[in-house]
Design a protein around this ligand. Structure first.
Ligand code: AHM
Ligand code: MG
Length: 337
């Protein structure tokens, strides 16, 4: 039996110290947490409840949607639209922003999310997750527009992810460090199990989809080649490699034991006219906020991701994040090139 701090208690206590806090934010986070519990349950039951497989549709990025992509998006909307804390939502799975319908009150926050990241892993029963970010709505809550969402990552009020792995976890930052909670299935509560998570500054482990190697830019090739050269190479040490193809699982591993995750710019992505593989508002910004709050670094290769000024809702960026000293090294290689 667990007698620890629940996520709700943790958030309430954290918010108490903030002058002028109305409780809106606490209550919004609670709704996000509830949505993640529902998704955890769906992902857990998988084929038993008929949620695996393709939905036969494509999202705005032209990717085939899994049934669970569509269902999880609906769960997120339903859990978060009614309470009066949000002006609008935006999701990787929806073309346009979702202003809160007129039947509900509108609030001062914006929510962006990728309801089920790494969804190519669902059918093979490998970890997936939910990523979310909370912003303030700068234009007021009357008629929220796409422009309201185009805020640099430094403006985020909170960011987090839920990881549906051997256990379900929620990792959260409100700009005051990073804390991890584990879902106790028996009582249906997330319990604080990983207080003040810190990414080790050094690592000997990297994660990249090496099938794209021939398309990479020279700085990334150089970095990876030096890792592969191991003890005999310029680094003088052997490196280990991991690739789960599930960003949430990858970031979680890095928060736990260090490492570098890269989905860099490459010639194939460029040929498609895209700025990267991962989306700035739903993936790169929330993860960068978490990683930086845990003492790590997060860059596009050339600049800090959190300082990128978004130009469109579904904008993509290259992502290189993780242990600080390695990320700085990779930044240096881009500057040298
Ligand atoms: P998704 O949002 O469509 O699931 O795509 C994002 C995922 C990341 O979780 C993961 O890092 C990457 O795509 C894997 O890409 P690849 O299939 O090229 O290895
Ligand atoms: Mg995604």
């Amino acid at each position: 039996m667990h007698n620890g701090t629940t996520i709700t208690q943790f958030i309430i206590e954290e918010q108490r110290s903030i002058a002028g806090a109305t409780g809106d934010f606490t209550s919004l986070l609670n709704d996000v947490v509830t949505a993640c519990k529902v998704l955890s349950n769906m992902v857990n039951h998988g084929a038993l409840v008929g949620v695996l497989g393709s939905a036969g549709t494509e999202n705005v990025q032209g990717e085939t949607q899994k049934k669970l992509d569509v269902l999880s998006n609906e769960v997120f909307i339903k859990s978060n639209e009614w309470a009066g804390h949000l002006a609008a939502m935006a999701s990787e799975e929806m073309d346009e922003i979702y202003p809160i319908p007129a039947q509900y009150p509108r609030g001062k926050y914006l929510l962006t999310f990728d309801p089920l990241d790494g969804s190519s892993n669902i059918d093979v029963n490998v970890s997936v997750g939910t990523i979310f970010s909370i912003l303030r709505c700068p234009g007021g809550n009357e008629e929220p527009t796409e422009r309201d969402f185009l805020q640099a990552g430094t403006q985020q009020v909170a960011a987090g992810y839920a990881l549906y792995g051997p256990s379900t976890m929620m990792v959260l930052t409100t700009g005051n460090g990073v804390n991890g909670f584990t879902l106790d299935q028996n009582i249906g509560e997330f319990i604080l199990t990983h207080p003040d998570m810190q990414i080790p500054a050094d690592t000997r482990e990297f994660a990249i989809n090496a099938s794209n190697m021939r398309f990479w830019e020279p700085p990334v090739r150089r970095y990876v080649q030096e890792c592969l050269d191991g003890k005999e190479g310029p680094r003088g040490e052997d490196f280990n490699m991991r690739w789960i193809a599930s960003m949430v699982a990858e970031v979680h591993r890095i928060l736990t034991r260090g490492g570098v995750f890269m989905y860099p710019m490459d010639a194939k992505i460029q040929a498609k006219g895209q700025g990267g593989k991962l989306r700035l508002l739903y993936e790169a910004n929330p993860m960068s906020f978490i990683v930086e709050q845990a003492g790590g670094g997060s860059i596009t290769g050339r600049e800090r991701i959190l300082e990128v000024q978004p130009e469109s809702l579904h904008q993509r960026v290259p992502v290189i994040l993780g242990s600080r000293n390695e990320v700085e090294r990779i930044l240096g290689y881009h500057k040298d090139a």
